[in-house]
Design a binder for this molecule. Structure first.
Ligand code: HPA
Ligand code: ZN
Length: 334
């Protein structure tokens, strides 16, 4: 099973590029840019990655992101992620970035997008990984600030497929961002949103009904609402589930208690993703392996999870069919 999972052609639809910043690269960039850090070794930094919930993670994640300053930093960060993803047979990646985390520190929007974009092109050409970029608004800042960020993104529309919503969820329901998502939809952006990670199932419904979300990031707390479960199954709304993240951030006390298997068996379009792989102990393969072991997922379920990743992606129909065929061929041969 482990070998089967490692070689499986995969799509990754929920990865924050800032969350793929490994401690080694973090130290290297800090040195290159003269940014002070309060840890004296990679090991000490890694050992600080113990979280009590989403906010305790976000504090450390924002601290880490402060070493990203130049276009080259964003390029190096993104290329390192793609190389790792490629080694795990990720064939297509839809990558989040949080521009406000950088523009608030004085890093220009263009620097961020250009560095990431240049790496995505190299990833496509040299690693054969197709990719899309999704801008996330941070919900700890106001809708007005999100609107300003959307304005900044308009000249780069051709490089950004969609918009999402991330950061501190509790007390910040999707309804607070209705106007900026309406504007984003008018501008032709696809829409996703984090909901039902720490927040209640009602936030999932709000993301669908008020923001026009086509996919829900996490959504694992939908399991608490039978009516919502029926709707998600009927409408085949994809959930981008991140198993290791949910255990690290204590959404579930252990992997054995994770809702992923129940969501999948209820007919929901569940996918497996890494969220912030440098902080949560693994990339997409480690997420598949941890969930498979704890929930005893069989080959058919693993196949379905991988197929759901391609089905839920924002790629053209012909490309999607080619990936699904590649996946079916792999499963038939292994
Ligand atoms: N949830 C919300 N915001 C985030 C996350 C997450 O898991 N990762 C990075 N920003
Ligand atoms: Zn996330």
């Amino acid at each position: 099973m482990e070998k089967f999972i490692r070689g499986l052609p995969k799509a990754e639809l929920h990865v924050h590029i800032e969350g793929s910043l490994e401690p080694e690269l973090l130290f290297q960039l800090a040195r290159r840019n003269g940014v002070p850090i309060r840890f004296d070794s990679v090991r000490a930094l890694r050992e600080s990655y113990r979280f009590t919930g989403l906010q305790s993670f976000l504090d450390i994640y924002h601290e880490g992101a402060a070493v990203l300053i130049t276009e080259r930093d964003f390029y190096d960060l993104t290329l390192a992620y793609l190389e790792k993803a490629g080694s795990q047979n990720v064939r297509h990646a839809e990558i989040f970035f949080d521009p406000q985390t950088h523009t608030d520190r004085g890093v220009p929007f263009e620097t961020v997008v250009s560095g990431i974009h240049r790496a995505l092109e190299v990833g496509n050409r040299k690693l054969g990984i197709t990719s899309k970029l999704i801008l996330c608004f941070v919900r700890h800042l106001s809708e007005q600030r999100a609107m300003e960020t959307l304005e900044q993104a308009l000249p780069f529309k051709h490089r950004i497929v969609g918009v999402g919503l991330d950061s501190s969820e509790l007390g910040r329901p999707p309804e607070q961002f209705v106007n900026v998502f309406a504007r984003a939809r008018e501008e032709g952006f696809r829409v996703v949103a984090h909901a039902g990670e720490e927040g209640p199932p009602d936030y999932v419904s709000q993301a669908l009904d008020l923001l026009g979300a086509e996919r829900i990031d996490h959504g694992v707390r939908a399991i608490e609402d039978p009516e919502l479960m029926k709707r998600l199954a009927k409408e085949q709304i994809p959930l981008t589930v991140c198993p290791l993240s949910n255990v690290k951030l204590r959404v579930f006390a252990s992997m054995a208690e994770h809702s992923l298997g129940r969501l999948l068996d209820a007919g929901l379009r569940v996918t497996i993703n890494s969220d912030d792989p440098a902080y949560f102990g693994g990339y997409v393969t480690e997420n598949y392996l941890a969930a498979q072991r704890a929930l005893d997922l069989d080959r058919d379920r693993i196949h379905r999870l991988a197929a759901n990743g391609f089905r839920a992606s924002f790629i053209a129909e012909a490309e999607r069919n080619a990936f699904l065929e590649e996946l079916d061929d792999y499963v038939a041969a292994h």
